[in-house]
Design a protein around this ligand. Sequence first.
Ligand code: ZN
Length: 70
Amino acid sequence: MKYENRETAVCPKCGQEYTGRPALSRTDNKTPICPDCGTREALENIGVGEAEQNEIVEIIHRSMRDNNVQ
Ligand SMILES: [Zn+2]
């Protein structure tokens, strides 16, 4: 499977390079951040602690890897 959108951007929040559609930072609603940080901010917003955020992001990564297996 090929993705058309291969542009990379650097997340200002965590400094990681990412590809694909960015998330918008909740702090100002216009800064594009990586999907991971978007997930973390959303979780933080509903009161999820940092350890649990890491766990959830890890689960998302794992399921994305599984979906990419050819
Ligand atoms: Zn980030």
